[in-house]
Design a protein around this ligand. Structure first.
Ligand SMILES: [Zn+2]
Length: 208
């Protein structure tokens, strides 16, 4: 698919935020548990004078529709559960997404377990998609990294990581959980969440 480079800035894995998605092992949790996915190609319309959040488009390589980036959002209930990729409501195909290296590794190692069900899982997932996109309302979507929202987003993400990594993971693998591991995990993830959200806030800001 060719894009008008005058009009659009094209983001691929070579962009540092996209690369971060591939390299940061923690994000495998977002990908595998939550089903949050990042498309391989994102476009930013340079002719629109708005924040990055409002001028991002995701092209479908199958039908060449440019979807507003806000189509996949918490408000619309479409931010997560996208395990097989981003569903194109126009043509029913899947928009290819990046894969985090750790998710990739985990998927390969566990393939003998889930590989048998891959086709039926995907068919079931696909069947549920059209309904999810029936009432998409782009205007209702708020930038999770706006001046008003970024702290909340960072804290929620930090808490989520804390629960999974400092409590869930040691609990299920039989490692010891102490006040010390809890406290250090809590501090690490809250700070990590806030730093991440702050970087996203800077990135999403309207360019002057
Ligand atoms: Zn499509």
């Amino acid at each position: 698919m060719d894009f008008n480079k005058e009009k659009y800035k094209i983001y691929t894995w070579k962009n540092c935020l996209m690369l971060h998605w591939i390299l940061n092992p923690v994000l495998a949790i977002n990908e595998l548990i939550l089903g949050q996915r990042i498309p391989k190609i994102r476009l930013e319309d340079k002719t629109i004078d708005k924040s990055r959040f409002e001028k991002t488009f995701i092209p479908c390589p199958h039908c060449e529709t440019f979807h507003d980036g806000r189509t996949w959002s918490i408000e619309n209930g479409t931010a997560f559960k996208n395990w097989f990729g981003l569903y194109c409501k126009n043509c029913g195909n899947i928009i290819p997404c990046l894969t985090n290296w750790l998710s990739f590794l985990i998927l390969i190692i566990t393939f003998p377990v889930w590989g048998w069900f891959r086709k039926s899982l995907k068919a079931k997932w696909l069947e549920k998609q059209p309904k999810r996109y029936e009432n998409i309302d782009i205007e209702s979507v708020q930038n999770p990294f706006s001046k008003k929202n970024w702290i909340k987003t960072g804290l929620i993400w930090g808490m989520f990581m804390f629960l999974i990594i400092s409590i869930g993971s040691p609990y299920f693998s039989g490692q010891e959980i102490t006040w010390k591991t809890l406290l250090s995990g809590f501090v690490t993830w809250i700070i990590g969440g806030l730093v991440f959200a702050y970087i996203m806030k800077l990135f999403m800001k309207r360019k002057k």
